[in-house]
Design a protein around this ligand. Structure first.
Ligand code: SME
Length: 162
């Protein structure tokens, strides 16, 4: 199989609709959690501009453990009471952090990170599966359009792996 991501067109909301379609196509018929996380990280990394890290932390029942990602090697384990990832996992709310230096407890895996968007990944029965974490070297890279778009993509991953 070779994957050709069609270039995204239209405004950013429309682009996220197209990206969601591409994500669904990529995961179609595959339930393996790591395989889908790996391909989804690669898809997002190539489709979205201005990222320095993009990937998954998977919940092992105690803490978040780094999963498939694109970018520099990262912190391996994140307790739920630490970092933006921990906050997303704990509150089960998407976290958009415009300036990581202003976020108490931010974990600087890559000193280039300036802003982040972290989406919680929660199964239908309420089980925490992990988080989808995107980091940018630019301040305020992520807004509400990204949060909604990435939440929908995170939901598609959860649906695929269940
Ligand atoms: N952004 C995270 C840590 C993980 S890395 O950035 C890859 C946080 O503060 O939760």
């Amino acid at each position: 199989m070779s994957f050709h991501a069609a270039p995204l067109t239209g405004n950013r909301t429309e682009q996220y609709v197209q990206l969601l379609d591409q994500a669904r196509a990529l995961m179609h018929g595959e339930r393996d959690l790591v395989a889908n996380a790996a391909n989804l990280s690669a898809l997002l990394w190539h489709a979205l501009p201005d990222l320095n890290w993009c990937g998954f932390y998977l919940f092992d029942g105690t803490e978040l453990v780094v999963g498939p990602f694109q970018g520099l090697p990262a912190c391996i384990r994140i307790p739920l009471d630490k970092g933006v990832c921990g906050a997303a996992a704990r509150t089960r709310q998407v976290q958009v952090v415009r300036d990581v230096n202003a976020f108490e407890g931010h974990i600087a895996c890559d000193s280039a990170s300036r802003s982040e968007c972290v989406v919680p990944l929660v199964a239908k029965d309420g089980t925490l599966l992990g988080v989808l974490d995107l980091d940018s070297p630019h301040l305020a890279r992520f807004d509400d359009i990204d949060a909604r778009g990435l939440e929908a993509i995170g939901r598609a991953w959860v649906e695929a792996v269940q």
